[in-house]
Design a protein around this ligand. Sequence first.
Ligand code: RB5
Length: 144
Amino acid sequence: MIAIGSDHGGFHLKAEVMKYLDEKGIAYKDYGTYSEESCDYPIYGEKVARAVASGECEKGIVICGTGIGISISANKIKGIRAALCSDCFSAEMTRRHNDANILAMGERVLGVGLALKIVETFLNTPFDGGRHARRVALISELEK
Ligand code: RB5
């Protein structure tokens, strides 16, 4: 199960991502926002982050205008490694090396075609483990 959320700045790209997930038969839960009305991105970053941190959802996708505010917010929740990606190489490497559990994107930064390729890359790339597991564990240590 994928948790997905955005503020108003990411509302339209969230709809495109949900359409993509529907087409691929990938289950997701939409944590809002549910309209174009102006709202506060930390609320949605937190909702998605808590769904992932609790284990209710395996991974998350958060979107705002730039992807920055909502990724900063999601990263405040213990256990979350949210990666802001604007290219497929970063999306691949943050899964392989950082075991990122949330993908953040900016609707005002990316075209839909690239954004969907980034989503596909993020969801289909496994963690490499090995020496990277030690580094990810050190990130977790920082939360103590
Ligand atoms: C909303 O206008 C905008 O500030 C927000 O979507 C995001 O870009 C913040 O980082």
